[in-house]
Design a protein around this ligand. Sequence first.
Ligand SMILES: Cc1cc2nc3c(=O)[nH]c(=O)nc-3n(C[C@H](O)[C@H](O)[C@H](O)COP(=O)(O)OP(=O)(O)OC[C@H]3O[C@@H](n4cnc5c(N)ncnc54)[C@H](O)[C@@H]3O)c2cc1C
Length: 495
Amino acid sequence: MNKAQSIKTDVLIIGGGPAGLSAAIRLADILKSKGLERDIMVIEKGSAIGSHTLSGAVIRPEVFRELLPDSFEQIPFDSKVAKSGTLFLTARRRIKSPVHAPYMGNKGNYTASLGAVCRFLAEQAAQRGVGVYPGFAMSDILYDRHGNVCGAKAIDTGVDQGGKHMANFQAGTRVEASITIFAEGSRGSLTKKLIDKFDLQNGRNPQMYSLGCKEVWSVKEGSIAPGEVYHSLGYPLSLKEFGGGFVYGLKDNKAAVGLVVGLDYADPSFDIHAALQVYKQHKSVRKILEGGKLLEYGAKTLPEGGLYSLPRLYAGGALIVGDSAGFLAMPALKGVHLAVRSGMLAAETAADALAAGDFAEKSLSTYETKVMESNIYKELRPVRNFRQGFSKGLIRGGIRFAAQLISGGAGFCGRLRAHDDKDTTKTIAGYKGKPFKERFGAKLDFDKVLTFDKVTDIYFSGVAHDELQVPHLHVNNPATFKTVNIAEYGAPRFE
Ligand SMILES: Cc1cc2nc3c(=O)[nH]c(=O)nc-3n(C[C@H](O)[C@H](O)[C@H](O)COP(=O)(O)OP(=O)(O)OC[C@H]3O[C@@H](n4cnc5c(N)ncnc54)[C@H](O)[C@@H]3O)c2cc1C
């Protein structure tokens, strides 16, 4: 049997998205300015940097000027936002709001392929001597004898679906580190373990999530200009479903179209991927896409709970950054700039800890203080009750949001509690509204021209799995899967 190899580094960063790569760049710069030589390693599970990143975003650029003052102009943003609007959609009509919904203005922002931006950040990191290693998923956290985090272990390879070692079995490499930065994005598998192990969510609201499905299209010339940005509320969502759609114009006649929906909906048959296909059939979206071609698809969760749902951001030997921590400016649907900022603050903390040789919880707790004194806090504080306020539907949510806007975020009664998204889902028998399929009928017959079934869209996501690999999705409770998940909630069957 092949024994696990061990390697050592000073700082291990798990995840090569905007948060992890910014942490690496900033840390390398600070260490250089202090004359300190330390090893920094970024490990990314995608086969290449950017391959797990959804393209087509609108990004706030200011923080990038601080991260890369000398090479800001070379960052491959796509286009400066030239025109933007908020639309209210009904099944047949669109009403353009004369003003932007609060926090949704995009003046000074850029459209971008986030994958291209991440590839650029990875090059910048590598030029500073950071080891950037795509193609390795970290699967276990390593702990030292005091219980502090001291690195992570990569997933074993050459294991069949049943968990048996095959002839090509190779134990995953153990990467030992003084500091491990968790930058895995939303619902990171190791971050969840870390939060559980150190009870980091204690006293905080549970995290609330939405799911975003996005497609990038090649469109006919003149369908939408680069830098044209639209957010929409309403159709195909009902007043009980929280979320909205977007269409962004990119260079070279491309467009990103997507739908983001809070996972606290009641209808157990609601399907966000299918709802995106319905959204694309609305005449104001259809006219942009018609005659074009699907290029890419992706789906990802967003952590929406805001300030009150942030876990404690540190443990002995560990820091949490970006979406893994829950830094998302929800009303604006933007997380990239907060991911970068949190990466930079984690880097400052890590640099101090490396200089002092102290990686204990107390030393790393300065990261949370830095976050609370930073623009992240300033941006999240006024909207601290935003998402929870919408948990009882859009009308009550709108009234609460109005109260929050005039009270600096407090609203009618201060801190609003949140609940786990799943607690809102009704059983098939218990759901009294019109089920998803009845609401949209023939619109759910996908034509593979404008609209696509899940399997086709997944083909366009570029995800590749080994036929024999260990499944990474697990049924939590197999004993009740058929009787509860399938029979009561209509979960997809697989035999
Ligand atoms: C549909 C949708 C639209 C969005 N639109 C915008 C927008 O327009 N503007 C904006 O600012 N934000 C937007 N966001 C949010 C934005 O994408 C995130 O806030 C941002 O990407 C967070 O960066 P991150 O580095 O924390 O995480 P990620 O970008 O998710 O990167 C995490 C990386 O870690 C890797 N990873 C995870 N686990 C492991 C592991 N165990 N081992 C190794 N590698 C691992 C992943 O493969 C991934 O590459 C959108 C999100 C969605 C879902």
